[in-house]
Design a protein around this ligand. Structure first.
Ligand SMILES: Nc1ncnc2c1ncn2[C@@H]1O[C@H](COP(=O)(O)OP(=O)(O)OP(=O)(O)O)[C@@H](O)[C@H]1O
Ligand SMILES: [Mg+2]
Length: 391
């Protein structure tokens, strides 16, 4: 049975809506890549706003003649060695897939199966892109590895391969914020490469917008003024409404207009919640065997969706300190300015600013008007208030 909605993983095709403006902008910015006029992009959005889905969609849309698009997921990358290995292999695989140059990979494999000293001997006979790859693999076999060197070499590989084979790469690094842990030296090295490479354009995507932004806008930052910023937010009401109607129709369910409006109102246009709520509405109709969805059905589905998210939200909430937890609960209860929050949690007002600032830096809390704050994730806020407001 065709699924009306998809949750828990990036979506494309008919499950992907809106984002026309961002797609147009991204394709325009990247369109000079094959001619060597390179722009690099930073894509920012809160958690679950659809960054990975957008990258997948862009990957499909990029004209493949002479440009090879690839997505590298930095999530959970622990060491520089692991990054290097995975990165260089992803680039090689994308090159082989897109150019059908299978002989290249075969040659590499055959070559690497030879004895170590023979390999080293032969390396000077090789073309550059090839030699780089083999060199890298040889280094991995050495007992002492300089991780920084390895990382830099891996990042140079697409440029060398591109030059040698007359192709260009659009490399989209998803979850880029994971790499910020390597600090300023890494960023400096990376910037140098990004600036000088003629065959590679980068899209750096990350879900900690404030931290990522600091990386660009802090004048001391190596990336100051180097990246074109694209930001994704919520979906617009028109797209959400027609999506909900269409997808439910695909499983023979109708929904009345006020119920559609309520879906948008409750999901607040957050793509992840639009799909989750849609799926819950559909699942509920299976039980009741009804084919018309009305407002009360949406309301019930919403409560159920929040219940199902309980493990996720509990985990997430568990990562905060006690004071942060208190502040988040107060905010979810509608105490939206520091004085009210302080009174509610019985703490002197002076204890708040630092913690509030930290929560804002992590994009958990936002200032929505002068002096007024709220959680950036309205559904998480609802979950908190349902769970704690009566306590
Ligand atoms: N353009 C879209 N149209 C419809 N649904 C979308 C769209 N973008 C995202 N979604 C929904 O939101 C969910 C999260 O999307 P995605 O994984 O792309 O977000 P993300 O920003 O990469 O999240 P994370 O911060 O967790 O990496 C998807 O599973 C899908 O249900
Ligand atoms: Mg993602």
């Amino acid at each position: 049975m065709e699924q009306p909605f998809i949750v828990g993983r990036p979506v494309t095709g008919k499950y992907f809506i809106d984002r026309e403006k961002e797609i147009k902008q991204l394709l325009a910015i990247l369109s000079g890549t094959s001619k060597g006029s390179i722009n690099n992009v930073i894509l920012l959005g809160l958690r679950r706003t659809g960054k990975s889905s957008l990258l997948l969609t862009i990957k499909k849309k990029i004209a493949k003649n002479k440009v090879i698009p690839l997505i590298f997921d930095a999530y959970g990358i622990s060491t520089k060695e692991r990054f290097g290995k995975a990165f260089i292999n992803t680039v090689l695989q994308a090159y082989v897939d897109e150019t059908s140059d299978k002989a290249y990979k075969k040659r590499i494999k055959k070559f690497l199966s030879e004895k170590f000293d023979k390999l080293v001997e032969k390396i000077s006979d090789l073309d550059i892109g090839f030699a780089e790859y083999v060199n890298f693999q040889i280094k991995l076999k050495e007992s002492k590895i300089n991780e920084d060197e390895l990382l830099e070499e891996a990042l140079q590989y697409p440029e060398k391969c591109g030059k040698n084979k007359n192709v260009s790469f659009v490399i989209m690094i998803d979850e880029f914020q994971e790499l910020l842990k390597w600090g300023e030296d890494f960023l400096k090295m990376f910037r140098k490469l990004v600036q000088t490479q003629k065959h590679v354009a980068y899209v750096l995507s990350g879900s900690a917008p404030t931290i990522m932004k600091e990386m660009i806008y802090d004048t001391r930052s190596p990336f100051y003024k180097q990246l074109v910023e694209i930001r994704i937010n919520k979906l617009d009401q028109r797209s959400v409404s027609s999506f909900i109607q269409k997808r439910l129709k695909s499983v023979k369910i109708n929904i009345d207009q006020s119920a559609v409006d309520l879906v948008f109102q409750l999901s607040r246009g957050f793509p992840d919640y639009v799909q989750r709520l849609g799926l819950q509405i559909f699942l509920d109709t299976l039980e009741t065997n009804r084919h018309l969805v009305v407002q009360s059905d949406v309301q019930n589905a919403y409560s159920e969706m929040i219940l199902k998210l309980d493990p996720d939200f509990s985990n997430h909430f568990g990562t905060f300190s006690d004071l942060e937890k208190e502040i988040l609960i107060a905010l979810s209860g509608g105490f939206d300015n520091p004085a009210k929050i302080a009174a509610e949690i019985r703490k002197p007002a002076s204890t708040l600013p630092k913690t509030l600032m930290r929560l804002m830096n992590q994009d958990i809390v936002e200032r929505y008007r002068d002096g007024r704050y709220r959680l950036t994730d309205p559904i998480f806020s609802d979950w908190l208030s349902r769970r704690y407001s009566s306590l």
